[in-house]
Ligand binder design. Sequence first.
Ligand SMILES: Cc1cc2nc3c(=O)[nH]c(=O)nc-3n(C[C@H](O)[C@H](O)[C@H](O)COP(=O)(O)O)c2cc1C
Length: 208
Amino acid sequence: MNLIDTLNWRYAAKRMTSEKVSDEKVIEILEAINLTATSAGMQPFRVLSISNQEIKQKLQEASFNPQVSESSHLLVFASYTHVSQAQIDDYMSLVAKTRNIPVESLNDFKEKLSGFLSMPEDFVRTWAAKQAYIALGTAIVAAANLKVDSTPMEGFDNAAFDEILGLKEKGLQSAVILALGYRNEEIDPYAKVKKVRLPLDELTITLN
Ligand SMILES: Cc1cc2nc3c(=O)[nH]c(=O)nc-3n(C[C@H](O)[C@H](O)[C@H](O)COP(=O)(O)O)c2cc1C
């Protein structure tokens, strides 16, 4: 299947069966998330991969979307609530180690990133959440590529999720979630309906 056929195949599954997605496929989706482009390459989010049914059941109480507990794995994209000097230093060390260069050669880059330390908290939270959403898009495409269904969801109680998952203590907050699993065609009316999209020439503004 080419990419467009794959994207036509995918839809936001409203109901899922209890069939498990293999570890191999979940790892590939997580690897794709890890390869997502992010602002300054900072990756200011973490991804919780939850297959534990008890935890999913608890989270289900904080969401009207049945996919939370029907999923095989629930991915919670949790973004930074702030950027610290230690995080910037860790990132610089990672760049230096990965590229085998002296960490001092990154001083200008480090200086630029230090701007985050004095940014208003709201700005940092919004910026970090935006990066998590880019990763969400990558995950949706990666899942479809493996013929795994997925549902992106904002319909959940963020504060309750943060509390249940202990995200605040980790300097994180839930941004968006993605259910991974397999569509339940028997009870999901959306499984067979046509995709609704704008004509391409209405979506696109071409300036030649
Ligand atoms: C950020 C985001 C949040 C969404 N939240 C929900 C949600 O809470 N529940 C749900 O069933 N679908 C949710 N959706 C799925 C959209 O409704 C769906 O992607 C859209 O209607 C387009 O349909 P399709 O993805 O099936 O092609 C969300 C999608 C995105 C991208």
